[in-house]
Structures are given as C-alpha cells and as structure tokens.
Write a protein that binds this ligand. Structure first.
Ligand SMILES: Cc1cc2nc3c(=O)[nH]c(=O)nc-3n(C[C@H](O)[C@H](O)[C@H](O)COP(=O)(O)OP(=O)(O)OC[C@H]3O[C@@H](n4cnc5c(N)ncnc54)[C@H](O)[C@@H]3O)c2cc1C
Length: 473
C-alpha cells in the first residue's frame, strides 16, 4: 500500500488530501498540521452575534475550482452569493472622499479620480502596440504604465495590488501576480480587449459577471467539511521539522516521532518548506526561502447603525498604498453577506499593514483599534465608538511574487525534480487566491497519481517531482 504524507492543513493541504483520497482510496494517507486546528489562513469566528472571517472574506467565481470543491463536498446548496450591491459598488478612498470605481468605459470617461489626460490614456489602451523587445518579466507597475499610462497605474493598479497582495506594484511580477494581464496583451493585443472577450465567453456559458460566494456561517463551513470528510487521517498538533530520505522512502520528522512515506507533499508556507528541506537540499531550500511574505492585521469593527450613518450598499473601499494611510481598505461585510452582524448593527473589516505599513501590524491592540476607528471617522463618518472589535494578526500573510518569480519557480521545479516522491504545493508558488490553492492542490494530487504510475509506464522519474502546474492565467 502506498504511503502518502501531506504536510500542512491549510486549504492547499486539505484540498490535496481530499482529491488524493478520491483518486487513491486505498492509499495510506496522512495529513500533518502543526496547529491544533486546520484551515491555515481560513477560519470564521462567531462572537457576540457577529460572524467574522479571520482571513479570506469569500470565494470569487473567476475560476471554478473552489466552488466545484464545495459542490463535491455536498455544500452546493449552502453557498450564498454576495449581494448585488457588493458586486457592482466598489470604492476608492482618494483625496478625502470615497469614489465609486468605474465599472464600464462610459463611467471611466467621467471618473474624477483621473485627469482628462489620464482617462484618455487609459481608454486608448486597445490601440497601444506591444513592444517587441519585452523582458522575460516586468513589474506590475511597469506593465500598467506601459499599457494604461502613469496616472491609471498609480490609482487603479495600485488599488488592485493593494486589494489582492498588499504588495509593492514596483516589485511584484506581473506574470506571477496577474498572469491574465500579459496573457491578454499577448493574445488579444490589449488587456481591455482581453477582459471584454473573457466577459463575453462567460456570458456564452450562462455565467454572469464575477461574484463572491460564501456560506451563511462563513468559510469555516468549507474547512469543517474537508476535515470531516478526511476524518482521522488529519493529525493536528504535528509540526513537521525535517524530512530525509531513508532506506524505504521518506522519513518525516514531527515532534519526537518519524512517519514513513513513499510520497511527501509539502503545502506549508514557503518559509516553512525551506526550513524542512534545508538539510536535504540547501540549494533548493535557498531558492524557496527567497519567497517572502508581508504582514497584515485584520481589524473587525461592529458599530450601531445609528452611529454609522454612511452605510453604502457595496463591497468596501481601498486606499491605494501610495497614499500611505493607516488602513489599506475596508470590507463592508454586513453589506456583502447577510447575518454577518446582528440586526441594527454593521460589521466592517479593516485591513492594515502590507509592504508599506508593516508598522501597523506591530501596534498593540488598543493603539491599532484607536487608529482604525480614527480612520472610520474620516472615511465612513462614524459618530460613535465600536461596540464590537476583533484583531487578527498575520505576521507572514501573503507571499510576494516579485519580478523573476516565474523563473524562480522554474528553478525550484528543476531542483525538486532531483527528489523522487517529493511534491511541493501551497500558495507560495502559483497563485495566492483560494481558487489558485485549490487548482494547485488538484494538480498536486494528479501528479502524485502520476508518480505512482511511473514504474508501470516506464517514464523518467524526474518528471514526477515538480511544483504545482503551469500558470493558467
Ligand atoms: C488576511 C488574508 C485575507 C485573504 N483574503 C482572501 C480572499 O478574500 N480571497 C481569496 O481567494 N484568498 C484570500 N487570501 C489568501 C488565501 O486565504 C490563502 O492564500 C490560502 O488560504 C492559503 O492556503 P494554504 O493552504 O496554501 O496556506 P496556509 O493557509 O498558510 O496553510 C498552511 C498550513 O501549514 C501549517 N503549517 C505551518 N508550519 C507547519 C509545520 N511545521 N508542520 C505542519 N504544518 C505546518 C499551518 O499551520 C497552516 O495550517 C487571504 C489571505 C489572508 C492572510
């Protein structure tokens, strides 16, 4: 019987183990999680009538993988869509007030956040030619300036990067962080044209504009369902410190114990994978250690509706990081999903930190809460104190895919291929969104199945050990 150890019980590890269980029901499968609970960055707290997400707020249906996983777990009829208002109304906080983000070319023409010149520069994007001598990779900011002009890059692209990666647009790799943008440019000659075609394709298959989804009780439902389905193979409180090659396969060190496995799937954050692999392969570990993580604090605040006169029907706002405000953005959770706050109250989640304001994450709770509440007075015009607060810190929150990341992942692929039966996955390599994690987990499970078939098919063993799969855009 083949023995498989999955290390890490975040979404990547849980989804990989679930798919492995489906592909190989007879395998001796174990999932090792360091903490006393699985879920990693995902989890929901239900406190004083408020339902607060500690990490992600919901599942985007831009890619189908997470929603399909939910359906495969029998959760399809429990999924709830974000409100219509939250889909349409997203805001920027700029120049002292909230501005609705333009949703179509006409409203882009009228948006006051760009000068007339900035708007025109953005609108002529479809007519800009792609230079022939582009480097292998470029920063998100350089790409955006080239396609949309400086003003739009400073406002909209910074906001996009703030909202997803809380990273530095001058440093993040456009190919790794936003693969669809260069893909659209290469395939359609224009990013705008690419998006319009993609929207048309979605309409053709009956899918409307993109939406966010969750459960009435929060994303914890997905994690609990995965843990329940996997049952006793999930072993919490088992931090893995090292793996080594033994006579009969891999030896996985956790606490004082050693677990034997034919295949080891690492889905933990990159910095942890680097630690685990350091003795086995210092070169591989050094490459992986080069992927660093930013820090984020999630600050949830509940206000009485009477103290929050400004309650827009929308998703929330982003303050582009180049404005260096104390809050990167606020999600209006109770406007997006029902029952996030008790009747008569609102629940908002402020995100602080990121690459430019890591200092915010270091503040003691009381100071952090004071700073965020002060922002809420300015941006949301609240008049009273919050009645509910919850702070969650993520000192190493989101991996930063810097320029050169795709090449780094290729090098990691090549080095990992030296170790038969070692599979690397998780959010450190090919996408940070939940959908990316689930997509990669499925690729990882298929690769494990592939490695087991190798002796029978006579393929070269080296092809078996690769990181995730190719980016799909
Ligand atoms: C604040 C925040 C907001 C986000 N918002 C969104 C969003 O709205 N939408 C979206 O799609 N994505 C969002 N994301 C991203 C998404 O949540 C993550 O990319 C995803 O959950 C990562 O899953 P993972 O399993 O790869 O890693 P993790 O969730 O980090 O899981 C790794 C697991 O490995 C375990 N581990 C660590 N060390 C060891 C060890 N020594 N031995 C064994 N186990 C170990 C950890 O305890 C953890 O459980 C957000 C992330 C954060 C932090």
């Amino acid at each position: 019987m083949t023995r498989i150890a999955v290390v890490g019980g975040g979404l990547s590890g849980l989804a990989a183990a679930f798919r492995l269980r489906q592909h190989l029901p007879a395998a001796d499968l174990t999932l090792l999680e360091a903490r006393d609970r699985v879920g990693g960055a995902i989890g929901t707290d239900r406190l004083d009538g408020f339902t607060v997400e500690r990490g992600p707020n919901g599942i985007f249906d831009a890619k189908p993988h997470t929603l399909q996983l939910c359906r495969d777990l029998g959760l399809g009829d429990r999924l709830i869509a974000a409100s219509e208002g939250s889909r349409k109304n997203r805001f920027l906080f700029l120049n002292g007030r909230l501005h609705r983000l333009p949703g179509d070319p006409l409203s882009l023409l009228r948006t006051p956040v760009l000068s007339v010149r900035g708007r025109l520069s953005m609108l002529v994007e479809p007519f800009r030619r792609r230079p022939g001598n582009l480097p292998d990779d470029e920063s998100v900011a350089a790409f955006a300036r080239r396609r949309f002009g400086r003003e739009a890059a400073d406002v909209f692209i910074d906001a996009l990067v703030t909202g997803i990666h809380a990273g530095d647009p001058e440093k993040l790799s456009v190919r790794a962080a936003f693969p669809r943008l260069p893909k659209f440019e290469a395939e359609h000659g224009s990013v705008i044209r690419g998006f319009l075609r993609a929207a048309k394709e979605r309409r053709k298959v009956g899918a409307g504009p993109q939406r966010m989804w969750s459960f009435r009780e929060g994303l914890q439902v997905l994690i609990d369902a995965l843990a329940e389905r996997l049952g006793p193979i999930v072993r919490t409180g088992k931090p893995v410190s090292r793996i080594e090659r033994g006579e009969s396969g891999w030896r996985v060190h956790t606490g004082g114990a050693v677990i034997q496995a034919d295949t080891v799937v690492l889905t933990t954050p990159a910095y942890h994978q680097a630690d685990v692999l350091r003795e086995l392969d210092p070169e591989l570990a050094a490459e992986i250690a080069g992927i660093w993580y930013n820090a984020i604090a999630v600050v949830a605040l509940g206000y009485r509706e009477a103290d929050a006169p400004n309650r827009p029907d929308g998703f929330g706002y982003i303050a582009p990081q180049n404005t260096r405000r104390d809050v990167l953005g606020v999600q209006w959770c109770s406007s997006t999903f029902p029952d996030r706050a008790p009747p008569g109250f609102v629940l908002w989640r402020a995100l602080c930190g990121g690459v430019n304001r890591a200092d915010m994450v270091e503040l003691p709770d009381a100071q952090l809460l004071r700073a965020v509440h002060a922002e809420m007075r300015v941006t949301m015009c609240v008049t009273g104190e919050p009645v509910f607060t919850r702070v969650v810190r993520w000192p190493r929150a989101i991996p930063q895919y810097e320029v050169g990341h795709p090449q780094r992942v290729d090098r990691i692929d090549r080095l990992a291929a030296r170790h038969r039966g070692l599979i690397l996955g998780g959010s450190g390599y090919r996408g940070v969104a939940m959908n990316d994690c689930v997509e990669q987990a499925e690729a990882v499970a298929e690769r494990v199945v592939g490695t087991l078939l190798v002796p029978f098919l006579g393929e070269p063993a080296a092809s078996a050990a690769r990181v995730g799969s190719h980016p799909t855009g």
